[in-house]
Design a protein around this ligand. Structure first.
Ligand code: ZN
Length: 101
């Protein structure tokens, strides 16, 4: 069920309520008023999902990506050196010399 944010029009307290899409707005938990309105203060759920992934899972995959990159880069560089020569690679692709340790 989606989580909604509400603001009470009587006491202006903000609260969250989880309920079905077409269910009536829940009354204010502070004063019991039914005069409440929904507010959109949250990040879109897709963004929230991304932020949630910044935790341990996201970090692990970014480290994986980095180690993969570190593994592939010397191979790529070697190929370029074979084709273009050491000087050209140093001049035009200095990022390939980056040390990822
Ligand atoms: Zn209230």
């Amino acid at each position: 069920m989606p989580l909604y944010d509400y603001v009470c029009e009587s006491c202006e307290s903000e609260y969250e309520a989880r309920h079905g899409f077409d269910a009536p707005a829940p009354v204010c938990p502070e004063c019991g008023s039914a005069q409440v309105h929904r507010v959109i203060t949250r990040a879109p759920s897709a963004l929230k999902g991304m932020l949630a992934n910044v935790g341990s899972g996201g970090k692990a995959s970014s480290e994986e990506l980095q180690s993969k990159w570190a593994e592939e880069t010397p191979k790529l560089r070697k190929k370029l050196v074979e084709k273009l020569g050491e000087d050209t690679v140093n001049r035009h692709a200095p990022s390939l010399n980056h040390n990822y340790d």
